[in-house]
Structures are given as structure tokens and as C-alpha cells.
Design a protein around this ligand. Structure first.
Ligand code: MN
Length: 422
């Protein structure tokens, strides 16, 4: 599934690399551009896979349509279809847990606690909430794993609910279609079925295979780790977060591996912490949520992007079809309310390409009067990811820039010259 996609996208080919730091050097050098490494200790590795272009291509749509497409698929999550096809199991080799030390799992940065799985889709099941799929960083020790579970997230909640009855079955799937990665990065309600959402995104049923040592059905990724999350804890971290800075060491749950499965010639997916792919997977699923939040206030909102320069988390650019003079300001307020981590937001007219930072700057340069078009909100709750914030009190300043053309002005003066089409 992933091999077909890799063959169809633009990529840089690298003959070989070692798994300690070397993969990071290559992924950083080509950040945002897909890299295929032919040989990492005998395994193939793909990196920087999910950028906007590749995700759109894998869904057979245009980049500008991504947000609306996700919104529609989210609304259709319940109609997503999951079917079990155990014939696919023939493609796999079953291996002992200790084989994991030979897998091409990278050590990314200097102070990292060890090799980390960063692209693993973690699947668990709960009798009330059904399947949950999400992505978490996982530290690989020689014969066990340590998983970072952010408090209050679905995995953490379901683990806590079930661990009193004993170890919790878990599968970690590495090397899957971008739709599954995107779905697993999306946080809906507890009973939102991420795998059904992936099916809705792909517009076809999602095939699953039954695990052999645990009670779970999972997408047929390149590598499948079957295991149990235990009540035992071990040190997790240091490890690099989305802003490229270190997160601290915490006690986190240990996963006991019960079996490894891999395809005969598997492709491992290395996802660079702090790289564009990490940011895209964090930010992209938020765009339809922000859009929805604004649409309630301003039905003429057109598109939303969380920009890469803003870590796909702290900065948004939003295009609107302006109908009354205050629309830009209302869009600012609605955007800040619908994504609490948002720090700076720019509102533009529909003729501005929100994916092009130069075009957005052009709008700021030619359509903004600083004394009228900028809103500053002091001491709002901000993101813990922003090192410039007041962390002691969890406060930050929020800024909104209304870079739409003033309706009091003569619109003609703002229209950019066009060239007639051939
Ligand atoms: Mn969930």
C-alpha cells in the first residue's frame, strides 16, 4: 500500500544510512521533501512522507481542497467501513520480540534517551468506546518499549480505565497510508473511530488483519508490533518536541512486546521530530476544526491553514469572502476561540494564496493599517509549546491581523493586474 504511493511521488533517493543520527541528518537536510533510503541495516526507510502535496496526492485531490475534504470525511466518519481480510496475513513474517533491535529504528538527536518509534499508529480497544488509533512517541529498549501518553488524551484515558483489570492489549503499526496517519492524528470525541475516518478519507473500505497474540484488528502496515501496556513505569525522554526543543524525562508506561510481524520486504517510516512532517500531522487535523468554529460566526469563511513557519500550531492564515467591514475582526476572534493554542492569526481576502507566505506578507504590506487592523489580547491562555510565553501563569498575548481590503476604500485600487488566458 505504502510502496505504490512511494513510487508515485517526488523523492530524493539515498543509497544507505546508519540508524543513529544519520537518518536525522538526511531528513533534516531535505525537510519537507520525501526521502527514500535504500539500505539501513538491510531495511528500506522512507522519511518526510507526509507533506501537503503527498497527502493530497494520496487522496487524489488538490492541496487547496484538503481542508474541505477532511471536513466532509469527518462528517462521514460513521459511514467509514472496516473489513477483516486475513488473507493479507500471508504477506507477513512473524518474529520474536528481541528482533526489534535489528529494525531500522532511528536515534534522532544527541540527547535522546535512545531509539524512538515516531510514526507508529497505536491501536487499542475499549468495550464502551471501541477502537482508538493515535500516534505517540515510543522509546525502544532492548526487550520492552516505553510509551509517552499525554494526560487526558484518549489513549491515556482508555489505558487508565482498563489497566485495573490487567495489562491492556496494544498494537503499534508502522508504515501506513497517509490517510491513516492523518486520521490517527485527529482528536474527536472518545467514540470517534479514527480507522473509520481513514476509510472515509480514502473513500473505500479499510482492510484490517487480526493480531495473533492479542485481541485487536489492525491495518496491514509494513511492521506490526503486538504487545501489552503494563502498569509498570520507566523513564521516558529526553525527546524532541514539535518546536525542535527538548521535552523533559517522565515516568511512563512500559509495553511488553508479545510478537513482531513485518512484511517480507518492509519499508520503515522514520518521522523526524520537529520536522515538517511532524508539524503537518499535528496541524492539518486542526484546520477543519478551526474552520468549523469560524463558520458558526462567519459563514463566508473560505479556507484555513496552520502555517509551517508557525510550527503548524501557533500561526493561522484564514481567507474569507468579506461582506461587511467588521468581518475580518470577527474572524480573528472566532479563530482564536476555536484553537486555544493559536497565537497569531492573519485574515486575508480570497485572492490571496494562503499557502504562500509571500502572498500573505503582500496582503499585510498593502492592506493593513497598524493602528486600525491589529488586535492585541493580553494575558490569554496560551500554548505550552511557545517558549516566549509566561509559563508560570500559562499566559500569552494573542495578535490578530485583519489584512483584508477595507470596504471603505476603492476596491479597484487593490486588484492585481492579470494576464489574459491563452
Ligand atoms: Mn480517539
Amino acid at each position: 500500500m505504502i510502496r505504490n504511493l512511494i513510487n508515485s511521488i517526488d523523492r530524493v533517493e539515498i543509497p544507505s544510512a546508519s540508524k543513529k543520527y544519520d537518518i536525522t541528518r538526511i531528513l533534516k537536510k531535505y525537510d519537507g521533501k520525501t526521502v527514500y533510503i535504500k539500505d539501513v541495516g538491510g531495511y528500506e526507510v522512507i522519511g518526510n512522507l507526509c507533506n501537503r502535496e503527498n497527502i493530497a496526492k494520496s487522496l487524489d485531490i488538490q492541496v487547496k481542497d484538503l481542508m474541505g475534504y477532511m471536513l466532509n470525511a469527518m462528517d462521514n466518519e460513521k459511514n467509514g467501513e472496516l473489513i477483516i481480510n486475513n488473507n493479507l496475513k500471508k504477506e507477513y513474517i512473524r518474529e520474536n520480540p528481541n528482533e526489534i533491535v535489528n529494525y531500522p529504528i532511528p536515534t534522532y538527536y544527541e540527547k535522546d534517551a535512545g531509539p524512538y518509534i515516531t510514526s507508529g499508529v497505536v491501536i487499542i480497544k475499549d468495550k464502551d468506546y471501541g477502537i482508538n488509533a493515535s500516534i505517540h512517541r515510543i522509546l525502544v529498549k532492548e526487550d520492552y518499549l516505553v510509551i509517552r501518553m499525554v494526560e487526558q488524551r484518549h489513549l491515556h484515558y482508555i489505558y487508565n480505565k482498563n489497566i485495573k483489570n490487567g495489562d491492556v492489549d496494544v498494537a503499534i503499526v508502522i508504515g501506513v497510508h497517509p490517510a491513516i496517519l492523518l486520521a490517527a492524528s485527529t482528536s474527536g470525541d472518545l467514540n470517534f473511530n479514527e480507522l473509520k475516518y481513514a476509510s472515509a478519507l480514502m473513500n473505500k473500505p479499510l482492510e484490517l488483519i487480526k493480531c495473533d497474540t492479542i485481541d485487536l484488528e489492525v491495518p496491514p502496515g509494513e511492521f506490526i508490533i503486538e504487545g501489552k501496556i503494563t502498569k509498570d513505569m520507566a523513564d521516558e525522554g529526553p525527546f524532541v518536541d514539535i518546536t525542535g526543543t527538548y521535552d523533559k524525562v517522565r515516568k511512563q508506561p512500559i509495553i511488553k512486546i508479545t510478537e513482531l510481524k513485518r512484511k517480507k520486504n518492509p519499508i520503515f517510516h522514520a518521522l523526524l521530530p520537529g520536522g515538517v512532517e511532524h508539524k503537518i500531522l499535528m496541524g492539518l487535523p486542526q484546520e477543519p476544526r478551526i474552520y468549523r468554529g469560524i463558520r458558526n460566526t462567519l459563514p463566508s469563511v473560505k479556507n484555513v491553514v496552520l502555517t509551517e513557519g508557525g510550527c503548524c500550531w501557533l500561526h493561522a492564515v484564514i481567507s474569507i469572502e468579506k461582506k461587511t467591514e467588521g468581518d475580518g475582526k470577527n474572524a480573528i476572534l472566532a479563530a482564536l476561540a476555536s484553537h486555544p493554542s493559536l497565537k497569531h492569526v492573519v485574515i486575508v481576502d480570497e485572492d490571496i494564496n494562503i499557502y504562500d507566505p509571500n502572498d500573505v506578507e503582500y496582503a499585510i504590506a498593502t492592506r493593513v493599517q497598524g493602528d486600525k487592523d491589529i488586535i492585541i489580547i493580553k494575558d490569554a491562555k496560551g500554548s505550552s509549546l511557545d517558549p516566549s510565553g509566561d509559563h508560570e501563569n500559562k499566559l500569552t498575548a494573542k495578535v490578530g491581523i485583519d489584512a483584508t481590503i477595507s470596504l471603505r476604500k476603492n476596491r479597484e485600487e487593490f486588484i492585481r493586474a492579470s494576464i489574459p488566458e491563452k
